[in-house]
Design a binder for this molecule. Structure first.
Ligand code: NAP
Length: 337
């Protein structure tokens, strides 16, 4: 039995109390190559023991199978786990490349019932709109989400990949506890509008892919060589010439990790926490891992404090990254800014 290493924080004003680092569960069912389910399940338990309480899934991960995978664990630890899931990205198993973004109230009401059923719980602690469809008025979508809170199906609301303006508009309809968007040493576009708006409104930020989908840890050099069904094989930043150029940018992370006797992953996680201090907002990054060893490494990052000199070394990195965060940026916040 390890001792909890993580302090807790409020996830947005009036939001739930959670460990300062969460766990991304997506890779346990899809996107990052083959998974050992027993080890993934053990990782969920080890996370809880280490003080991780925010567990992140979505209805689209593994076409619902990720919610089904974490469901028994959530139910067995219902009083300790804060389960977050998401709606909006409609997929079809018949055509896995197809994606539609649905924000209409009828879709939201059906999606929540399906997620509750797959998770096997009465209430979702944090329910995010995964992507924004600008054709649907935001007030309509957030109004429908607020209806789920009134109906007792959802406790808190969140948004993913929204701009600062969209966050303000949504928060005026119903309090938003958290924004979940990509934020890392390599991905800092959110610092332009979403992060300042969240800080101003008392909304917490949940950085996803804080390890740059694993690239920032040095675990792989070129995603083009990963297993056949790995989503990163076509990622603009982590394949081909861009991957080679971006690999060079890891040098300062290596140098800092060595100086602190830590790892690249720990430096990347400590950086997100300290950037949030600069912006004056609460962050709960959700690094994804399916392995207990990496979980222990990542939670230990909570005790790493980077120096001003370290932060200065990392400051120019994101400006030099080659390639976009996604092949198609139209559904990201920066794509609408
Ligand atoms: N809202 C959104 O649109 C959105 C988008 C993407 C992700 N997410 C959420 O955010 C979570 C985290 O993001 P992510 O999984 O995309 O990326 P990430 O956390 O940046 O990186 C995950 C990758 O890094 C590896 N890894 C983790 N810890 C490591 C360590 N200490 N050393 C070496 N490698 C390590 C993992 O492999 P192993 O599993 O093999 O350890 C996995 O391949 C997801 O699980 C998901 O819940 C949300």
């Amino acid at each position: 039995m390890t001792h909890p290493v993580l302090p807790t924080t409020e996830l947005g004003t009036g939001g739930p109390l959670v460990g300062v680092q969460g766990l991304g569960c997506m890779g346990m069912s899809e996107f990052y190559g083959p998974t050992d389910s027993d080890e993934a399940l053990a990782t969920l338990g080890a996370a809880l023991e280490a003080g991780v309480t925010l567990f992140d899934t979505a209805d689209m991960y593994g076409f619902g199978r990720n919610e089904e995978f974490v469901g028994p664990f959530v139910r067995a630890n219902r009083d300790k786990v804060v389960i977050a899931t998401k709606f909006a990205i409609e997929r079809s198993e018949q055509d896995p490349t197809r994606r539609a973004v649905r924000n209409d109230p009828a879709y939201i009401r059906a999606a929540v019932d399906a997620s509750l059923r797959r998770l096997g719980v009465d209430e979702i602690d944090l329910y995010y709109m995964h992507r924004r469809n600008p054709d649907v008025p935001l007030a309509e979508s957030v109004g429908a989400m607020a209806g789920l809170v009134e109906a007792g199906k959802v406790r808190h609301l969140g948004l993913s990949e929204v701009t600062g303006a969209e966050l303000r508009e949504a928060h005026a309809v119903h309090p938003i506890a958290a924004v979940q968007s990509e934020w890392s040493v390599f991905a800092r576009d959110v610092e332009r509008s979403a992060v300042p708006a969240a800080a101003e409104l008392g909304v917490a930020f949940v950085p996803y892919s804080p390890l740059g989908r694993g690239f920032l840890t040095g675990a792989f050099q070129d995603a083009g060589k990963l297993s056949d069904n790995d989503f990163r094989r076509t990622h603009p930043r982590y394949t081909g010439d861009n991957a080679a150029a971006n690999g060079e940018l890891l040098a300062p992370l290596r140098e800092i990790a060595q100086a602190h006797g830590g790892t690249l992953a720990q430096v990347a996680l400590a950086w997100v926490h300290q950037r949030a201090e600069v912006h004056g907002l609460t962050v709960v990054p959700i690094p994804g891992t399916r392995k207990r060893s990496r979980l222990a490494e990542n939670t230990a990052a909570a005790t790493l404090r980077l120096t001003e000199a370290d932060l200065a070394l990392l400051e120019p990195v994101s400006g030099r990254v080659a390639g976009d965060r996604y092949a198609d940026m139209s559904n990201t916040s920066v794509g609408r800014e």
